[in-house]
Write a protein that binds this ligand. Structure first.
Ligand code: FES
Ligand code: FES
Length: 398
């Protein structure tokens, strides 16, 4: 995984990506910016066009990792852009779209022409848009719309900008990736092994999880006691089935392995996590990431917790928000419902073990730690529930 920092639609985004992840997938799958469409995924159709450092670029053939330090603008980032607004109006008026699949990429290329072209020359517009394919419209409406916007702006005295303000030579994004440029940015670069190691140990970055869900459980101990226990990382790890530590934890950092089995695949995610705690609000968060070499999968996860006093302070409701992103082979089979059930079972086991520890009857030990979380059993549980439901419907029972 490579740590990157990209400015997307004026928002600073830090993430860790596989070297092969292309920018379009990163934007769509990690940031939910689905306005960037994917057609050919070979750099031919132009559907995935967006702006990298103000230059139109194919995001399907641009690796996200090479955009570290770049400024990316997608169609969503042009909502309030003056030229894009004029183009959208002209596209609507001139019937320049039908299914709309090519339209985001077409608008971004068209905006670049409106910025650069001196006159509304039809041939220049057709050449300029030749990298954006449209299966529906026959292009007549599109060219008419772009011509209309250019003519209107020139009539209003708005002059073209030579080269659309570009100062760099070379391919799109070539301004990023030189050590001189990168050292000036506020984000740390993962370009050297030393930096990579220090990132993995100390700076586990925040990320935007693909999936987030809530869980809660009760323990029969006061919140202060539960919070203090959460500070004992070894004890917390011993309460989690399938988890074992691989180093000495500190209050802010932990390294370990979590073993899970999903369908036919067993995985042992080896990783590292950052721990933050706030005693004033009895809350905290753990943000981590890990890789499983065997299934060539990787995950990022975060657990946020908050402790709420119940039963006049004698008991605690532990509220959890669990977020994760999964890449690699396991992502193909780990459907959201299965992961959710896995987390529910993990949470239930953790709650039970924690309760035992807090009441002085701790049952966690090596045998328990060695267990993995069995996703196959979960699938059978789900199957059993489904069969029960079907028979219930047939025989009129719930
Ligand atoms: S999807 Fe990128 S050029 Fe076709
Ligand atoms: S409007 Fe359908 S592909 Fe262009």
């Amino acid at each position: 995984m490579t740590a990157i920092g990209i400015n997307v639609n004026t928002r600073a985004v830090k993430a860790s990506v596989e070297p092969r992840t292309h920018l379009a997938d990163f934007l769509r799958d990690h940031l939910n910016l689905t306005g960037t469409h994917l057609g050919c995924e070979h750099g031919v159709c132009g559907a995935c066009t967006l702006l990298i450092d103000d230059m139109p670029a194919r995001s399907c053939i641009t690796f996200a990792a090479t955009c570290d330090g770049a400024r990316v603008i997608t169609i969503e980032g042009l909502d309030d852009d003056e030229i894009a607004t004029e183009l959208r109006t002209a596209f609507t008026r001139e019937h320049a779209l039908q299914c709309g699949y090519c339209t985001p990429g077409m608008l971004i290329s068209a905006r670049d022409l409106v910025l650069r072209l001196d006159t509304a020359d039809e041939r220049a517009i057709r050449v300029g848009l030749s990298g954006n394919l449209c299966r529906c419209t026959g292009y007549v409406g599109i060219v008419r719309a772009v011509r209309a916007v250019i003519e209107d702006r020139r009539k209003r005295g708005i002059r073209p900008i030579t080269g659309a303000g570009r100062v760099r030579l070379g391919p799109v994004g070539s301004g990023n990736g030189t050590s001189v440029e990168r050292s000036k940015t506020t984000w740390s670069s993962a370009s050297s092994e030393v930096q990579e190691r220090s990132i993995s140990r100390a700076a586990i970055p925040d990320f935007i999880p693909d999936r987030v869900f809530e869980q809660h459980f009760m323990v029969a101990s006061p919140p202060d006691k539960v919070f203090a226990t959460f500070g004992d990382i070894r004890l917390v790890a011993s309460c989690l089935p399938g988890v074992s530590l691989t180093g000495d934890p500190t209050p802010e950092h932990v390294e370990g392995v979590i073993r899970v089995r999903l369908g036919p695949i067993s995985a042992g995610f080896r990783g590292t996590a950052r721990i933050e705690r706030d005693p004033s609000t009895l809350s905290g968060q753990i943000v981590g990431r890990g890789d499983d070499q065997r299934s060539r999968s990787s995950t990022q996860g975060e657990i946020r917790y908050r402790l709420v006093a119940m039963e006049q302070g004698a008991a605690t409701r532990v509220e959890l928000s669990i977020g994760y992103s999964l890449q690699g082979m396991l992502a193909q089979i780990a459907r959201e419902g299965l992961v959710r059930d896995l987390a529910a079972r993990l949470t239930a086991d953790f709650a039970r073990n924690l309760d035992l520890e807090l009441s002085g009857h701790g049952g966690s030990g090596p045998a328990q730690q060695a267990q993995s979380i069995d996703g196959l059993a979960l699938m059978f549980d789900q199957l059993r529930a489904l069969v029960r439901k079907i028979f219930g419907k047939i025989f009129g029972k719930s």
